[in-house]
Write a protein that binds this ligand. Structure first.
Ligand code: SAH
Length: 217
């Protein structure tokens, strides 16, 4: 791993910043420290890899801000046996963080280029419990089993029933909800015996979730 052998000051600064902003789950903090974000950003951005900012990646998409990755991960309350669905692989960074904290991850992406590159990176850092699939996360095949946790990393106007229906009992889903250019709020949904419990968390900014596979690759 490119940066595992040393703890550069930017890496330390990021840990402090995450703690200051309220991330307290030790396992999440450790994953954020151990996964080499520099591997997941574009080469010209390597120097900014440990800054707490979103960065552009291929296909006009973005790798999320580390705080948002940590916060969403913490909200999922992951267990070591959980089966997790990620909608929006992008760089693969969020999937790598999840992979350290759960049983397995199915991450779906609509751009072939992004899915292929993410798969390579995840192999490189030996995340063997992540499967990257080229697919429209809004229209997944019926034969996929339900998930304990679902994380959506692209903004949707509303959370479709097709996704909440894929949650196991007591399952948790987090997703940015709102219009592409307007106010988006992170929403946490839990499927309970009494029904769906929905809670609004913090305002966020994500690229939109779009239907279908991308035509440009
Ligand atoms: N989690 C990523 C960042 C995701 S950016 C990371 O850690 O880098 C959002 C991603 O969602 C983009 O790559 C976009 O192409 C993808 N996306 C948008 N709509 C989608 C859909 N319907 N199905 C699958 N992926 C989708």
């Amino acid at each position: 791993m490119p940066s595992a052998d040393k703890l550069p000051s930017e890496k330390l600064m990021l840990q402090l910043s995450l703690r200051r902003r309220g991330i307290s789950d030790r396992a999440v903090l450790r994953a954020m420290e151990e996964v080499p974000r520099d591997l997941f950003v574009e080469t010209p951005d390597r120097d900014s890899a440990w800054c707490d900012t979103a960065l552009g990646i291929a296909c006009g998409q973005t790798i999320s801000q580390p705080f948002v990755v940590a916060y969403m991960t913490e909200q999922l309350q992951l267990g070591s046996k959980h089966r997790v669905l990620e909608l929006g692989t992008g760089s693969g960074y969020q999937a790598a963080i999840l992979s350290r904290l759960c049983g397995s991850v199915l991450s779906v992406e609509r751009f072939r280029t992004l899915a292929d590159r993410a798969r390579q990176r995840l192999e490189q850092i030996e995340c063997h419990n992540v499967e990257v699939m080229l697919a429209d996360g809004l229209n997944l095949p019926d034969n996929i089993r339900p998930f304990d946790r679902i994380i959506v990393t692209a903004a949707m106007r509303e959370i479709p029933a097709s996704l909440t229906d894929r949650l196991e009992d007591d399952g948790i889903l987090v997703a940015p909800v709102g219009p592409p250019d307007g106010r988006q709020t992170l929403v946490r949904v839990q499927r309970t015996a009494e029904g769906i419990v929905r809670r609004e968390l913090v305002d966020v900014r994500f690229v939109p979730a779009l239907p279908g596979l991308a035509r440009e690759m």
